[in-house]
Design a protein around this ligand. Structure first.
Ligand code: FAD
Length: 385
């Protein structure tokens, strides 16, 4: 029977990063990545907005972002791949006093953790980002080392680098159909092509995290939820490329893309479940909220939209841990809208769980699946768009 030290399920940006980090440090361990589709990066990763930010409300997310930003700034050089991280910043703005107070608290946490975030007045927003309507603003926060990048390029970079490392193998068109365990230890992964004895299984199945968890009799509390994005044609009114800009009060966000802008706004009434149809009924709300904050958008023409899925947990934080009641099974999912930006840190931390007996670079106790057991109060990530 075939054996592997580690089987990684899924080859999106998270699975590819896990394979890269394990292969780089793995001292010849056999790492087998099983992907059900015929190629890497066909799940939620290529449908993402590509945003990378450090402005979060929870310490653990800020720490994951700090590690990942550091990695993404040196990725092209370290992996010898095409990858551009455009550090144009993230600009959050609000016209609400209560929201501004929470943003100030978050900014002070972020600064304490080494993030160079600035608090900016309405006048400052008007001067530096004149495309933003600022007459009613109470506060903006801006972090110049945030930005955006192409998630497809990142995944290809991880994949190409990982497949050159000794011990790492990728197998496509190979859906995992069952994960076997003996008592509290994972033992085998079953695909349509056969059975593989495995010491570790890492669930990197993105929005299918729970489905893959169920194959091992686990309930990983993450639901897929549809999220849509639209692009505009190039249009007059904005000079150069802009930071990823978020109107916190409406949830509308935008960034430069292909000469125009990318537009997003989560529909709060979206039910959980898979749905790949673009929600064009929601587009008028997106455009209305967009024009309200960025008036020149009235001149823009939307030319395409697409739908993907967040993998959403009850507290919008990932489940990143070895499952204590199923040794050898690692959950690396439930990232909400942050799986691309947190993929480098996740790859490193999973390699530490497997090779060092536990996460070393960041204390990820808050991301354990154990938080959903018992009566402990969840502390949700509040900065989710
Ligand atoms: C509209 C939208 C905007 C977003 N914007 C951002 C953003 O700005 N920044 C950010 O960081 N994140 C963003 N995200 C979230 C981000 O896309 C995800 O968190 C991230 O891509 C998750 O990567 P992944 O590798 O875990 O999952 P995926 O890319 O979905 O990969 C999972 C893989 O697992 C495979 N798989 C599933 N089941 C099996 C099986 N049984 N056997 C084998 N393989 C299997 C799938 O085929 C797939 O290839 C956004 C998401 C959406 C939808």
């Amino acid at each position: 029977m075939e054996t592997a030290d580690v089987v990684v399920v899924g080859c999106g940006v998270v699975g590819a990063s896990v394979a890269y980090h394990l292969g780089r440090r793995g001292a010849g361990q056999k790492v087998l990545v099983l992907e059900r589709e015929k190629a890497p990066c066909t799940g939620s990763t290529p449908l993402s907005a590509g945003g990378i930010r450090q402005q979060f409300s929870s310490e653990v997310n800020v720490r994951l972002s700090r590690l990942s930003v550091d990695f993404y700034t040196r990725m092209a050089e370290e992996l010898g791949c095409d990858f551009e991280f455009e550090q144009r910043g993230y600009l959050f703005v609000t016209a609400d006093e209560g929201t501004a107070a929470r943003m100030r608290e978050n900014a002070s946490l972020q600064r304490r953790l080494g993030v160079p975030v600035e608090e900016v007045s309405a006048a400052e927003v008007a001067r530096r980002w004149p495309y933003v309507r600022s007459d009613d603003l109470v506060l903006g926060t801006f972090c110049p080392t945030d930005g955006y990048a192409d998630p497809y390029e990142a995944t290809m970079g991880f994949w190409q680098a990982a497949r050159r490392l000794p011990g790492v193998e990728f197998r496509f068109a190979t859906p995992v159909v069952r994960i076997e365990h003996e008592g509290e230890r994972v033992t085998h992964v079953v695909t349509q092509h056969g059975r593989i004895a495995a010491g570790w299984v890492v669930d990197c199945a993105g929005p299918w995290l729970r489905e893959v968890g169920r194959m091992a009799d686990l309930d990983l509390a993450a639901e897929p939820i549809r999220r849509c994005l639209w692009n505009t044609e190039p249009f007059a009114g904005i000079e150069g490329r802009i930071p990823l800009t978020i109107d916190v009060d409406s949830g509308f966000y935008t960034r430069s893309e292909s000469g125009g802008l990318m537009l997003g706004l989560a529909n709060p009434d979206e039910p959980p479940g898979f749905n790949f149809v673009v929600d064009d009924d929601w587009l008028p709300v997106v455009v209305e909220k967009g024009i309200d904050r960025i008036p020149c958008l009235a001149e823009a023409e939307v030319n395409r939209g697409w739908a993907g899925h967040y993998s959403t947990t009850p507290d919008h934080l990932p489940i990143l841990c070895e499952v204590p009641w199923l040794r050898g099974f690692v959950s690396a999912g439930g990232f909400s809208g942050h799986g691309f930006m947190h993929a480098p840190a996740t790859g490193l931390l999973v390699s530490e769980i497997i090779l060092d007996g536990g996460a070393r670079s960041v204390d990820i106790g808050a991301l354990s699946i154990e938080r959903f057991r018992g009566d402990a109060k969840l502390v949700p990530e509040a900065t989710v768009i």
